[in-house]
Design a protein around this ligand. Sequence first.
Ligand SMILES: [Zn+2]
Length: 195
Amino acid sequence: MMIQKNGRNTHCESISEEQWQAIITNNSSYDGQFFYAVKTTGIFCRPSCKSRPPRIENVRTFQTVTHALTENFLPCKRCKPTGQRLPDHEWVSTVTDYIDRNYMEALTLENLAEICHGSPYHLHRTFKRIKEMTPVEYIQIIRMNKAKEYLIETDKSISDIGQQIGIRNIPYFITLFKKMTGFTPLTYRQSNTKQ
Ligand SMILES: [Zn+2]
């Protein structure tokens, strides 16, 4: 992985090599000296956090907790950079935001938990308590809503739409769509695009 130290690469200008090393080695002697946020998840951590190392181009660093909070980053549930527990509803809204922006990726309970800094078990339970559905059910709803949009507003093929909503297994896409809407994708398109 390359780190530009001359500051020309705007994505990396806020992080030094020393800080990056502290992050990837979970070095607790840097705790309190700086915090780092991951732009793709909207979460910030202490250097010692045991979360999966982020991609360097997505990292921003902050001198203080307040600065990270004013930029609308949320404290990590695992390393608790503010010293307080992140309220569950805030954590769950980080997770739903992430799903809303990444529904086309391969999402599982396990990788969501990793990305959003919690255990799969805890994520499943907390999400269900707050949203009254599981993370996987939420992902399916977002994907089916997106599929409906594509079916009505575009003439993309069913398999293209499956790919674009993150379901590469087309028979599975058709079955799931039918289970959730009562229509197959094709009949849904026909009945909603008739003049
Ligand atoms: Zn953390």
